[in-house]
Design a protein around this ligand. Structure first.
Ligand code: FES
Length: 513
């Protein structure tokens, strides 16, 4: 088995029974904030893209690069699809021209033929990626590889059960805006950054210790920040509170804790795996020296990408958009559908919109508990996000349904909060479509010990649709003993509880008398 690094979380896995291209990402993501590090644009993508299988772990834009997939990846490739609750990933890939899909079931191995077997574990809570994240396990000829990328399963038992893993590829670096964007005193931010950095290293090593692979590859980060406004987020070695540590720093720390099996995979590196050996060929003569000169490398990379960043920035401006009016029209119907999230956000969110000089030009309140968007006058808020108006204009222009997978991961904002982190705030901002909102609401409600029932037309049925958790008190139509959920049209036989549209989605139902 050969593993070729294609940058960030990307790789191509070659076996005699077929090749799998994973998460190819080249174009800048999240408002041109994140770029792959090191640069991978020079790779021979025409050749890499002629793969038998394509695996996109999830829809975060540093894993799902639509433009790159459209241009370079063969549409003959069969997509290995994680078992996600929403069809967004499949829909996006079909729009790009992919037509062949293997729909996997979470934690169930699939034999692809000629001795090549895969298993995908899908994580489906609203906090896993953009509603869904996954890991890919691959076996051929007794060699096993786990591409965990940035998924965070509760444990790795399902993979460990399948036998010794030879290559474990996983995230180790930061991939979020916390704590850098928070408006706290520098000393506090520094302490939080150090704590976050050390926690993410500990978590990575815990995963490594769990799976005990022969070789460990730190992947899926860090990105680099080439816009001058964000340059300070690059870890250039002097700041122990920087969460974006690079591969060499991680390997040094990891080996410093008594391990010796860490392998760096640069874009263009090739690792040949056998039971006993991992022979690696790199595109540079000295990997450590490459990282020693990281700052110069990034400065040159920044110059190359300057026109790209300028062009991106020019595309965000839509001054004719009535931000207040459009936000109100888009968000209030979603807020009306929210019960769990509205009850679990503890106060209004202030959105402070800034001009290019950083001056506030408009202040809006997204009052999630009150299910209302209104202009801010002067009142207590729980969260405050300040960002350029142009970014919100662009989100509204494109109809973005996931502000985490766009604005928040861009780090192009600052934040202040009153009290601790509130997951429901970010779950709300990644659920800005009806389908996502219904799923997130239902998922959280299903975590409650006593999942609710409702009485409808003489039947007591579970309140949330077994498909994507739509609220059946609003979306169900009952005709005799058949319930139709109007969210996607799935049907259920209420006498038997059986789902008539798909296997394994039975409903809890009984007559009400
Ligand atoms: S949520 Fe899809 S059919 Fe009910």
């Amino acid at each position: 088995m050969r593993v070729s690094g294609t940058g960030h979380a990307g790789m191509r896995i070659d076996t005699p029974a077929g090749s799998i291209l994973c998460d190819p990402w080249v174009n800048p993501a999240f408002f041109a904030s994140w770029f792959p590090f090191p640069d991978n644009s020079h790779l021979d993508w025409e050749t890499l893209g002629r793969a038998d299988y394509l695996y996109i772990s999830h829809l975060h834009r540093d894993h799902f690069d639509a433009e790159h997939l459209r241009r370079f990846v063969s549409k003959q490739a069969t997509v290995l699809l994680p078992d996600y609750p929403t069809s967004e990933l499949e829909v996006e890939l079909r729009e790009l021209g992919f037509t062949s899909f293997v729909r996997t079931r979470s934690n169930e191995p699939v034999a692809l033929g000629d001795g090549l077997t895969i298993m995908i574990q899908a994580l489906t809570s609203p906090t896993d990626g953009p509603i869904g994240d996954s890991s890919l396990w691959v076996e051929h000829d007794g060699i096993r590889l786990l591409n965990q990328n940035d998924a965070r399963p509760a444990d790795l038992t399902e993979f460990a059960k399948l036998g010794h893993v030879h290559a474990h590829l996983l995230q180790f670096s930061g991939a979020i805006w916390y704590p850098m964007v928070y408006e706290s005193p520098a000393a506090t931010r520094n302490a939080l950054g150090k704590r976050k950095r050390s926690r993410q290293i500990d978590r990575t090593i815990r995963y490594i210790d769990d799976i005990k692979a022969s070789w460990v590859f730190p992947i899926a980060g860090p990105p680099c920040f080439l816009d001058e406004e964000l340059w300070t987020f690059n870890d250039l070695g002097a700041d122990e509170a920087n969460t974006f540590i690079d591969q060499q720093m991680f390997i040094d720390l990891y080996h410093g804790r008594g391990h010796a099996n860490g392998v760096i995979l640069l874009p263009g590196s090739e690792a040949e795996l056998t039971e006993e050996e991992c022979a690696v060929r790199h595109p540079v003569s000295d990997v450590r020296q490459f990282f020693d000169h990281k700052e110069d490398y990034l400065l040159a990379y920044r110059e190359r990408q300057r026109p790209v960043i300028e062009a991106e920035k020019a595309s965000w401006r839509h001054p004719a958009i009535d931000v207040y009016g459009l936000l109100k029209r888009r968000l209030e119907p979603l807020l009306d559908e929210s019960t769990y999230l509205a009850e679990h956000v503890d106060g209004p969110v202030l959105l402070d919109l800034l001009d290019d000089d950083g001056k506030s030009v408009e202040s809006l309140l997204i009052d999630i508990p009150a299910r209302q968007v209104r202009r801010f006058v002067d009142e207590e808020v729980s969260y405050r996000f300040s960002t350029k108006r142009t970014l919100i204009e662009h989100l509204l222009h494109t109809g973005e349904a996931d502000w985490v997978n766009s604005l928040f991961l861009s780090c192009r904002f600052s934040a202040k909060r009153d009290g601790p982190y509130n997951e429901a705030v970010f779950a709300f901002f990644k659920s800005l479509s009806r389908e996502r909102m219904q799923y997130a609401e239902g998922w959280y409600i299903d975590q409650q010990p006593d999942a609710e029932d409702v009485t409808l037309d003489g039947w007591v049925v579970q309140r949330r649709c077994p498909h994507l958790k739509a609220d059946l008190s609003r979306f169900a139509v009952i005709d005799g003993n058949v319930l139709t959920c109007q969210m996607h049209g799935w049907q259920f036989d209420l006498d038997t509880g059986q789902c008539l549209t798909s296997a394994d989605h039975d409903i809890r139902a009984r007559h009400s008398n």
